[in-house]
Design a protein around this ligand. Structure first.
Ligand code: ZN
Length: 317
């Protein structure tokens, strides 16, 4: 079920199991850190989209990174979209996160599952193939910010790093991992993003470069039960940091009858008319949560009037 978090009862104490993001800053202000345990989010995505293991890992990594990027947004109401336009089996992968880090996503081909790599790992790079990564940030301005980079490896973490360095000129360390169980559920998932702030201390930079190798198998670290703070410590080594907060995040779809109805109006009136004449109704399904919506001719007419009114009431620019 969406919006639900799993509750475990342990020794009479209630422990909430949800995905969480930890936000921290090095004491000297050289770098900011985001760490997410995203197992719950990836499990929801796997169930909703019925993904096979490699598709689960690819979509899961994109959801994991996008959720952290949501936490970087400036204001409530902002959103960030990460779109991987893969030329491989997966096709496109899309994730959208809000200011609170809540995220939703989908993958064109949930059945993408090429043979594993020689080291036994899921071959996400081969499944995604070449292509591009775009980041669209809607920060309430007239035009959204759009940054596009070519995929480096299709393994997602390297591609996110390339995006930050090429498009935003921010040196970034990113590690993402999804471990899939034998029953296709997500066994462990999570990620970390460390970003250097202007005038970062060289000592912090070299420590991060040194410690990056310890994060290669980040999904195993989460599987061992390491906390977000412990993962941050692995990345930072001796560099001291302050934890800013740790927030709950989830797989959340914000679709609604009205929003989906308004979206139908982007189709040509003649196309809508033809479907209504043929079927007497228009059925749509949300890509992100599979919820179905049905509209009749009068509903479309109502949304058309509503759209006209909204346009009329918009302040002149
Ligand atoms: Zn939905």
């Amino acid at each position: 079920m969406l919006g639900e978090s799993i509750l475990y009862l342990q020794k009479g104490k209630e422990i909430k199991m949800a995905s969480t993001i930890l936000r921290a800053l090095t004491k000297d202000g050289s770098a900011r850190i985001f760490v997410i345990n995203s197992k719950d989010i990836v499990n929801k995505a796997q169930k909703l989209h019925n993904t096979l293991p490699t598709a689960t890992a690819a979509l899961g990594r994109v959801l994991t990174a996008t959720s952290m990027m949501g936490c970087m947004l400036k204001n409530k109401g902002n959103s960030v979209t990460v779109r991987i336009k893969g030329e491989g089996e997966t096709g496109s992968i899309l994730a959208v996160a809000d200011y609170f880090g809540n995220v939703k996503g989908y993958i064109d081909n949930p059945l993408a599952d090429p043979p594993r790599r020689h080291d036994g790992k899921l071959n996400v790079g081969a499944a995604v193939g070449g292509g591009t990564l775009s980041v669209i940030k809607d920060e309430g301005l007239e035009h959204p910010y759009i940054g596009v980079v070519n995929l480096v490896s299709g393994e997602i973490a390297e591609d996110i790093t390339a995006y930050f360095s090429e498009s935003e000129q921010i040196p970034t360390l990113c590690a993402l991992g999804v471990l899939v169980d034998k029953d296709y559920s997500c066994k462990a998932a999570g990620g970390i993003i460390v970003q250097l702030l202007p005038f970062a201390d060289d000592k912090v930079i070299s420590a991060l470069e040194n410690n990056a190798k310890n994060l290669v198998n980040i999904s195993n670290l989460f599987d061992e039960g390491k906390s977000n703070e412990e993962i941050a410590k692995i990345a930072l080594g001796d560099i001291e940091f302050d934890v800013f907060d740790e927030i709950d995040v989830d797989y959340v779809c914000d679709c609604s009858y009205e929003r989906m109805g308004m979206a139908l109006l982007t189709l040509k009136p003649v196309e809508l008319y033809n479907i209504l004449v043929e079927d007497g109704k228009i059925e749509t399904q949300c890509h992100f949560c599979n919820k179905k919506y049905t509209y009749k001719g009068e509903d479309i007419e109502r949304f058309r009037k509503l759209k006209e009114e909204r346009l009329k009431n918009q302040p002149e620019k």
